[in-house]
Design a protein around this ligand. Structure first.
Ligand code: BGC
Length: 738
């Protein structure tokens, strides 16, 4: 793949384009007499009726699209800078497809002074373990998508956190297929509740950014079905996105957008999914992608040529591509347009209310920030903490966000220059407008000082003079790069020096994915705030001061040392790169996923490695006691147990049910979870039904899932490494369809 912006980052001049221009209301263009106007017909029937009226040129125009940000000549008036634009067919009442990035809000995409709201990162959303929060976030950004004149949102990143260094981990939902798939499905449903098509991406195995355009992910079929594919399967079956975006990389030899197995055999045939596959921007390499299962070439300006126009016409003429397949491609797009309310008139979404939307973001942040360490109950900050030293992390400026196409820049954000080595097209290092420092000052009873951390002696002096020191540390991550798995040496030194100066030192992390913490033993408290979104500073302060009892749980394992990881560095990081090449370009190379489906905590359990913080881990300001685990088996595994809040304040516990060992093999797997809010002293019984595919193994010969008959050892606990109550249960033999 070439650089994302072949003509230079922002070197092209586009005229000022109206932001917020309404999508042409199809109702106005659509005579009553069109038979597909009848909402009583199924989306399939309506799609067929329109398809029957379309010329070949109209069909072909629908299967390849522009990237307005780099489009030449400039896009038609009213088309805003964004990721994608495909003109509709006014004579048939078909709307334009106006596509915006993405998962964390309506991305800025080069527009200045946009006023979109920004959710926290995907990693933080996954830390909520709460599908309602994911749905609410999806509904909020889906609403803004329409308010800003778009009708397709390129969200739904559900690639697994196989490697902590993946620069896009912050866009995704952690390492577990059930957790990631469930939350992605809920977010997709939220978005599509707003008459917007949602995507799931990047299908498949785009699990690192280094060489993403050229690497070949090598992994066995069963391993893939039980991990990365399963995350997509759950997201797609529960969310029913109108579209799926195929990735840049190859999978077992074939490009993800040209891969008949993953696109046609699995996604469309096995799963029976009826939406359309769009390519990632610059991910199409030949017209053969159409026969393999790609339905639409996106961002055609980034491909070597527009494959789904002239080359596709030639393929049709030569019989290489059948007219039936072209119709299938178009029908899938049309079907989603009908199914998700892009064609029928829908009530206007009303004006943007950024404050209301910001509250959705804040609620998510408050539910997902994870308390990792709290020795001696250093938190919540005691009323007698009269002098607080806040140090580092631009805590006076805002909260960090991740870079790349997903970048949302709410009004009031501060944009610092992009770090060296980052892609030339990123907007810079964006701090969302919710600085922790004023939020801390607003709550503190005494003096709060601030040191940037640049001047180490000054930071040490401030820490010495205070009752408690709060060190903010950060790691910027972005699309198109991978990142170190430790903080910068300067920040690690800052933590250690401050901790040496003040025994009550608390670290607040703003980062994209799991990190090593060689300094952990030196500090009293650690708060994992991820990228907490546009109200993140408020959320952090509320947790520090105990207005919120933290309930976030890690969606990915934190290793104790690099040697525990399947890979400590991105594969291909050392390959020779031509000078000036985009970080995601260069010669092809393989990435062998030798751990197979044992990503994350499964790998740690298999190796018997003790992580620094296990998957599912997180502390609360209260404590919980688990009762005995009751299970029923047979054809379904259900578990129930009583949980008691034995502490002093109300709190939320996430009770997790894990498979330890089945009759066929031992692989630790999250089977399900339940969240319960308990008052001090209160006891409640939670019930968890295991997701059947997590009990099953993929059986390639039988082309399906097999649950072996026999004994299954399971446990419930507060994380993947802490069984609090165990049981053994007998299950019947079963096969499950793919
Ligand atoms: C990213 C996608 C994004 C697309 C459009 C690509 O570079 O990988 O996630 O949706 O660009 O901006």
């Amino acid at each position: 793949m070439k650089s994302r912006f072949p003509g230079g980052p922002f070197g092209f001049a586009l005229g000022a384009l109206a932001l917020g221009a309404a999508v042409a209301t199809p109702a106005q263009a659509q005579p009553q007499s069109f038979p597909w106007r009848d909402p009583g017909l199924s989306p399939d029937a309506r799609a067929d009726l329109v398809l029957g009226q379309m010329t070949q040129d109209e069909k072909i125009a629908l299967i390849h699209g522009n990237f307005p940000r780099v489009m030449k000549p400039a896009p038609p008036p009213g088309v805003v800078l964004s990721a994608g634009f495909i003109a509709g067919v006014p004579r048939l009442g078909l709307p334009d497809l106006r596509e915006s990035d993405a998962s964390l809000g309506v991305a800025a995409a080069g527009r200045k002074d946009d006023d979109a709201a920004a959710l926290p990162s995907g990693m933080l959303l996954a830390s909520t373990w709460n599908a309602d929060v994911a749905f609410a976030g999806g509904a909020m950004i889906g609403k803004e998508t329409r308010q800003k004149g778009f009708n397709v949102l390129l969200n739904g990143g559900v690639n697994l956190t196989r490697d902590p260094f993946n620069g896009r981990n912050f866009e995704y939902l952690g390492e577990d297929p059930l957790l990631a798939g469930t939350l992605a499905g809920a977010a997709i449903r939220g978005i599509q509740s707003q008459h917007v098509v949602s995507t799931a991406k990047h299908y498949l195995m785009n699990d690192q950014e280094t060489g993403r355009g050229v690497y070949d992910a090598r992994i066995g079929e069963a391993a893939m079905r039980e991990s990365d594919l399963l995350a997509f399967e759950i997201a797609i079956k529960t969310g029913q996105p109108g579209s799926v975006m195929c990735a840049y990389n190859r999978i077992n030899g074939a490009y993800a957008c040209e891969n008949p197995h993953t696109l046609t055999d699995v996604l469309k045939t096995d799963w029976g999914w009826k939406g359309w596959v769009m390519s990632d921007w610059g991910a199409v390499h030949s017209v053969d992608a159409a026969a393999a299962g790609l339905d639409q070439e996106s961002g055609q300006e980034l491909d070597r040529q527009v494959f789904f126009d002239q080359p596709l016409r030639l393929a049709l003429a030569s019989g290489k591509l059948t007219p039936a397949r072209l119709d299938d491609m178009v029908r899938r797009i049309l079907r989603s347009e009908f199914a998700f309310g892009l064609v029928d008139p829908v009530p206007a979404p009303g004006p943007l209310d950024v404050q209301a939307d910001a509250r959705v973001s804040q609620a998510a942040a408050e539910a997902g920030i994870v308390l990792l360490k709290n020795d001696g109950n250093v938190l919540p900050l005691a009323a007698n903490a009269k002098r607080i030293a806040v140090i580092g992390g631009h805590a006076d400026l805002g909260v960090l966000s991740g870079g790349g196409s997903s970048q949302v820049i709410p009004l009031g954000s501060q944009v610092l220059p992009r770090p060296p080595g980052s892609p030339e097209w990123v907007e810079g290092t964006v701090y969302h407008p919710s600085a922790p420092l004023p939020a801390i000052k607003a709550r503190a009873q005494g003096e709060v000082t601030f040191q940037s951390g640049q001047n180490l002696p000054a930071a040490i002096a401030a820490a010495k003079a205070a009752d408690v020191a709060i060190v903010f540390v950060e790691q910027w991550a972005s699309e198109a790069i991978d990142v170190p798995i430790r903080l910068s040496p300067e920040q690690e030194a800052l933590i250690e020096q401050v901790a040496a100066a003040n025994p009550r030192t608390i670290v607040v992390l703003e980062n994209g994915g799991p990190l090593l913490m060689p300094w952990l033993g030196k500090v009293k408290g650690v708060v994992e705030a991820w990228y907490p979104g546009m109200r993140g500073g408020e959320a952090i302060a509320r947790i520090l001061f105990g207005e919120i009892n933290p309930s976030g749980r890690l969606p990915a394992t934190f290793a104790a040392d690099a040697g525990q990881l399947p890979r400590a560095r991105p594969v291909g990081a050392d390959r020779p790169q031509p000078a000036g090449a985009a970080p995601d370009a260069g010669a092809a190379f393989p990435v062998d996923y030798a751990e197979g489906s044992s990503a994350g905590y499964r790998w740690f359990a298999e190796k018997g490695s003790k992580p620094l913080f296990p998957f599912g881990y997180g502390l609360s300001y209260t404590r919980f006691r688990y009762g005995a685990l009751q299970t029923t088996g047979g054809r379904a595994l259900t578990a129930s147990l009583a949980v008691t809040n034995t502490g002093q304040r109300e709190g939320v516990e996430t009770v997790q049910l894990y498979l330890k060992k089945g009759p066929a093999r031992a692989q630790r797997r999250l089977l399900g979870w339940a969240q319960v809010k308990l008052k001090p002293g209160e006891t409640r019984t939670v019930q968890i039904t295991a997701e059947p595919k997590l009990l099953a193994d993929w059986n390639d010969g039988a082309h399906g899932w097999t649950i072996a008959q026999g004994r299954y050892d399971v446990f419930a606990g507060p994380n993947a490494e802490s069984p609090a109550a165990s049981a053994a249960v007998q299950l019947d033999a079963q096969t499950l369809a793919p």
